[in-house]
Design a protein around this ligand. Structure first.
Ligand SMILES: Cc1ncc(COP(=O)(O)O)c(C=O)c1O
Length: 394
């Protein structure tokens, strides 16, 4: 069956919440995807920072196959071994104390917001309910995550939103401090590297001041590392490059290499307010997902793997800087690790379209930025190929 025929069928039965490119994918191998007509694409989207080990990874496949023979699912009324092991590994990698597992990034942020509000009620004051989030942030599509998202375009026609959430400009400490003093604040929520907003890393001095402010005012500091976490930044969590630790971190996307999974990690002081009945998820801590996560954690969480992400990042950025020196359309190159944004002086849609025609998948972020979030296993040769196609398309 041809691409158009599949798309005609899809249009009849799938709600059009996405403006999809007219490509129907069939399978992948390493950093490459192949569509139903046999055309190959070098994938620098990676499921939007999900497929950290690429496609058809033998080790990950083996673990998923073995777990599928043992037990796909079991209720959270009981324990399972992969869940306990995954939590142990995450605690060790994060320096935090306790995990809660769910299925997506939005759900992870919901859990973090609920945890912070309960904590504030019990250990601050009855009316300490405010969540301060950042302008241009993205936290997901469920109601609390959507309200925390600092981009009104996602909130259109969805009023009433969740009460007591404020937005301040990212990387602007004065604005944040002012809001934190004006409101009775439960939590500050931010992405250490804003992803959907345009790939903007937080300033080092800013995050340190935010940490101090939260300590001073008994505010729960939540980092949303759904996109920049799980090795993407070159450290396991991006905050580890900033010399500070949040009270809660939300993760998802890459954690199980493509099996849906999310979660939060929190310090004991805050985590202890989640008690039986305060929060739950049927599929959270699912043994198939947590078994896959254990494989990802054993692979991505090693110092050698993370060092490799950093060196691939340097190589990628060096290649892009070379293109920038010869092309006035590039305004800026930003990012951390293998989460790289190239800001151009026009609408990126046409460049993305040309890349796709030439066999390279990239996506946009913010208004004018082209985003590269490839599998973390990308090779130098693949980076050469990606940057060549990108330069030609520009
Ligand atoms: C930083 C961040 N938080 C939350 C989300 C939402 O994750 P999900 O789509 O898994 O709900 C995303 C998705 O892009 C994200 O980038």
């Amino acid at each position: 069956m041809k691409t158009e025929e599949y798309i005609t069928r899809g249009d009849q039965v799938i709600m059009p919440t996405y403006k999809r490119f007219p490509i129907v994918f069939d399978h992948g191998e390493g950093c490459f995807l192949t569509d139903v007509e046999g055309k190959q694409y070098l994938d620098c989207v990676g499921g939007i920072a999900v497929n950290c080990l690429g496609y058809n990874h033998s080790g990950l496949n083996h673990v998923i196959n073995e777990q599928s023979k043992k037990m796909l699912h079991v209720s959270n009324l009981y324990w399972n071994v992969p869940m306990i092991t995954a939590a142990e590994k995450l605690v060790k990698l994060s320096g935090l104390d306790k995990a809660f597992f769910c299925n997506s990034g939005a759900e992870a942020n919901e859990a973090a917001i609920k945890l912070a509000r309960i904590y504030a009620k019990l250990f601050k004051s009855e009316d300490a309910t405010e969540i301060i989030a950042m302008k241009d942030s993205f936290h997901g599509r469920t109601y609390a995550a959507l309200t925390a998202t600092g981009q009104p375009k996602y909130q259109k026609n969805l009023n009433p939103l969740v009460p007591d959430m404020t937005h301040v400009p990212f990387n602007d400490f004065e604005a944040l401090e002012k809001a934190a003093h004006e409101k009775n604040c439960a939590a500050i929520l931010l992405e250490p590297v804003q992803g959907e907003g345009g790939v903007y890393p937080a300033d080092k001095a800013y995050l340190k001041k935010v940490r101090d402010l939260c300590d001073k005012l008994n505010i729960v500091l939540i980092f949303d590392e759904v996109q920049c976490g799980i090795g993407r930044s070159g450290t396991f969590f991006a905050y580890q490059q900033y010399g500070i630790k949040p009270d809660v971190v939300a993760f998802a996307k890459g954690i199980a290499g493509g099996i849906p999974m999310g979660g939060i990690l929190a310090c004991d002081r805050v985590a202890k307010v989640f008690t039986p009945g305060t929060h739950a998820s049927t599929f959270g801590a699912n043994p198939l997902a947590t078994a896959a996560a254990n494989y990802v954690l054993d692979t991505v969480g090693t110092p050698e793997f993370l060092k490799n992400v950093s060196s691939k990042s340097q190589y990628f950025i060096h290649k892009l800087e070379n293109i920038k020196s010869k092309n006035a359309h590039i305004k800026d190159i930003r990012g951390l690790g293998l989460m790289i944004g190239v800001e151009i002086d026009e609408d990126p849609a046409e460049v993305i379209q040309k890349c796709i025609q030439a066999g390279l998948l990239v996506c946009s972020a913010g208004h004018s930025t082209i985003r590269f979030v490839p599998p973390l296993i990308i090779s130098n040769e693949e980076i050469d190929k990606a940057t060549e196609i990108f330069a030609d398309s520009l």
